[in-house]
Design a protein around this ligand. Sequence first.
Ligand SMILES: Cc1cc2nc3c(=O)[nH]c(=O)nc-3n(C[C@H](O)[C@H](O)[C@H](O)COP(=O)(O)OP(=O)(O)OC[C@H]3O[C@@H](n4cnc5c(N)ncnc54)[C@H](O)[C@@H]3O)c2cc1C
Length: 414
Amino acid sequence: MSTPTEAEVRTEVREWIAANWNPDMSLLEWRTKLADSGWGAPQWPKEWYGRGLPHSLVRVVQEELAAVGAVGPAASGVRMLAAATLLEHGTDAQKKKFLRRILTGEDTWCQFFSEPGSGSDLAGATTRADLKGDFWIVNGQKVWTTSAHHADHGLLLARTDWDVPKHEGMSYFVIDVKQQGVDVQPLKQMNGHASFNQVFFTDAKVPKENLVGKVGEGWKVAMTTLAHERRGADGLAPPSKKGRKEGRIHAEERAENDKANEPYRWYPQRAGRVDLILERAKETGADKDPHVRQEIAKLMIMAKSAEWTARRARAAQQQGRPQGPEGSLGKLAASHVARGCARVHTMMTGTEAMLTGKESPREGIIAEILVSVPAVSIAGGTDEIQRNIIAERVLELPKEPRFDTGPFRNVRRN
Ligand SMILES: Cc1cc2nc3c(=O)[nH]c(=O)nc-3n(C[C@H](O)[C@H](O)[C@H](O)COP(=O)(O)OP(=O)(O)OC[C@H]3O[C@@H](n4cnc5c(N)ncnc54)[C@H](O)[C@@H]3O)c2cc1C
């Protein structure tokens, strides 16, 4: 069947919204309708809660939903990474079991990749999964696990073979987080929030049918998750909508967002708050200081070019082109902008930038920026790792020497 035109999609979705949208229904009822109609994720395949539309037409659907103030599908958190990974590598049974509940927001997800001894070196993971009867038995420790404290399911990378090279001995699972044997302990950050956790697995169980991809192919599956994470579907909550809308469904959505976003209140600050720079320049009189003004100009130029790089990546995705170097370049650029912001905010605010509490500059927001921006240079792959990727895969420079080939059992660790 040929791809519908923009006008055809607009008419069809508009008619569907007119017949179905009612702000007084429950959030779950509406999202179930969205999922079952395919309008919640129109870019997904028709047989899996989508409409098989190209990315370029998704915008049309979003515009029509926004025009009547309709709530969208649940899209925040790791759930969209889970969906992208399952759509590419999952079995039909897994897609049937998980995808619909991702869109309706009934399940929350987290990502069990990093460990105390393997973050950048993700393929060095030592959490193990051993097959016993119909279950994989999981033992080990993960760390930095955002949202594990309220997640239902986790995307788990675990070692299933110790006698092959490290990238070949990993497998990928969906694990039930709320079971005995999974001990989630929140970690408090230097900005005072607790968004991530350390998680201990002691004989935790994963049913055989929750293996994603084949045994030993976990690395390949994890690369799909990471590619989507670098593209930006990384657990950031959607931007809050302006204005207070009436109706049961909006009240339920607000309650859901408040609960889900509580641990991430600092996320805007970790990006550096470039949106506050010009306001603060006027507020503090820094716009009169030629030296600071020059630094502000440099930062705003960098922020604009980073935004354009991100737009290029989005445009490529919308046209169905594979992700180019924009993923790593965009991630590095975001990290430069965040750190640049922290520096310029400090220049403008002076020593008061260190104060927190109601009486402090912008009620503590400036201080929170200073202690939150390092996260951008670490999460989803550090700056150094992005530079390695750009050097080796984009510029084709010689690879780093390796000391970790051969059976993983014999590789020196930690
Ligand atoms: C806000 C936030 C949220 C996160 N959420 C999650 C999550 O939900 N799930 C999850 O699994 N993980 C999560 N992480 C973990 C994140 O993916 C890791 O922190 C990251 O991959 C770095 O690993 P590491 O902390 O072990 O540092 P290490 O790998 O120990 O690195 C330490 C330093 O050495 C450098 N380095 C390491 N290897 C090289 C190399 N080959 N060449 C040059 N330099 C190198 C690094 O750049 C870094 O500066 C999160 C992290 C943050 C900050």
